[in-house]
Design a protein around this ligand. Structure first.
Ligand code: LMR
Length: 393
């Protein structure tokens, strides 16, 4: 039987890791997978999370099953983190294995509710969005989002393309820190988008994997909260991988937000059912760490300041790269890197320039020329800038 399986092509982002470890050169620059590294090149366990871990180790008295939807305290805590004070909203939610688990089950929920839904996605989007949608056999429609010439959001193109939206279509958005481009909507952009979505009766689904890494929690959540205030239904896929540094623990949540209590109850039933059909109970350990951090004022303050440090480091690296590129090119054409937000920027290199940077300079980035700024070190900034100029950017 197994011989009938199709050959799967490797995941472009994760494949880079293997290529990098097989590369014998001593000086390599890893700008591939979206992982934060501190100045010493490590992805540390956050101090607040470590303290929460010790506390959990001491205080947890059982490992018996939790609820099918996940621990209620976790769901309440992340709901408040993401939505803030949002009276009038009914939120159905489940804990999921990471943000990807939430994305996958979010699409499953859509298929159950509206089998003909088309999923409109920002062009480009995270490659795994498209891979999951293809796996599920869902119809996808790209909409213009990133203007390769300005490196900013193509508002006009986006609104023109979204004019095709029909009732029940899904608009897959990035809450902040757009992956892979780094180009985010401003407040006006969000409002224009909301008008388009509500006008058509479409449903926004927001992937929120980088909350706090753009301009801070409140600023990064503002667009999403505006969407929730205006749209009758919103799906949110939350990841705690990056902002809590809990990558391998797989902590995430899927929320269905609506003003209608009856529909929220229906959604809760289906979400819980999806958990049960897929893996029964969601992972709990990482979710409990997040809950402890968010509910203990001292741990929360420490986490908040670590998150601010991470964000500060990303901002500094962006500024340093821009300065280095200005000095080497005598031009300001790379200033967009400082305007971008979050871990990534798409620098506009062609696939052959990306290959050249890898083969000649040992700089690793995805084929679409996305660089993970959060993986860059101050020492590597001049190396990257020199390579970008040398390949002709
Ligand atoms: C990324 O885009 O690099 C991250 O979201 C990690 C992943 O799973 O792809």
């Amino acid at each position: 039987m197994l011989e009938y399986l199709p050959q799967q092509s490797p995941d472009g982002i994760l494949q880079l890791k293997e290529q990098l470890s097989a590369d014998p050169r001593a000086q390599k620059v890893d700008l591939g997978v979206g992982v934060y590294r501190n100045a010493s090149g490590n992805t540390p366990i956050m101090r607040a999370v470590r303290r929460a871990g010790r506390q959990l180790w001491e205080d947890e008295t059982t490992k018996t099953y939790t609820a099918l939807a996940g621990d209620a305290a976790f769901l309440g805590s992340v709901r408040n983190l993401v939505l803030g004070e949002a009276p009038g909203l009914n939120v159905a939610a489940i804990a999921t294995p990471g943000g990807t688990g939430a994305v996958r089950l979010g699409f499953d929920l859509v298929r159950m509710a509206w089998p003909d839904a088309r999923v409109f996605y920002t062009d480009p989007t995270w490659t795994n969005h498209l891979s999951i949608l293809a796996y599920l056999g869902m119809e996808t429609v790209p909409f213009r989002y990133f203007d390769a010439a300005t490196h900013d959001v193509d508002m006009e193109g986006m609104l023109q393309d979204l004019a095709q939206l029909r009732e029940g279509d899904i608009v897959l958005l990035h809450g902040c820190c757009h992956n892979p481009t780094g180009a985010d909507l401003d407040a006006e952009g969000w409002q224009a988008l909301i008008a388009c979505i509500t006008g058509a009766g479409a449903v926004p689904m927001i992937d929120l994997a980088y909350l706090g890494l753009g301009d801070g929690i409140e600023a990064d959540a503002a667009g999403l909260r505006a969407v929730c205030a205006a749209c009758p239904e919103v799906l949110i896929a939350l990841s705690c991988s990056k902002n809590f540094g809990l990558y391998r623990e797989r902590v995430g949540a899927l929320m269905a937000v609506t003003g209608d209590a009856r529909n929220a109850a229906l959604a809760q039933g289906s979400l819980t059912h999806l958990n049960r059909q897929t893996y029964s109970f969601p992972p709990d350990h990482g979710a409990r760490l997040v809950t402890l951090v968010l509910n203990d004022p001292d741990l929360r303050a420490e986490w908040q300041s670590e998150l601010d440090e991470m964000r500060g480091q990303i901002t500094q690296l962006r500024a340093a790269l821009v300065q280095e590129l200005r000095a080497r090119s005598n031009a300001d054409r790379f200033d967009f890197i400082a305007r971008h937000r979050g871990m990534f920027s798409m620098i506009g290199a062609s696939p052959s320039q990306v290959t050249q940077m890898r083969t000649e300079h040992a700089i690793y980035m995805t084929r679409d020329s996305r660089i993970n700024i959060a993986g860059l070190s101050a020492r590597d900034v001049p190396v990257l800038a020199a390579a970008m100029i040398e390949v002709g950017l």
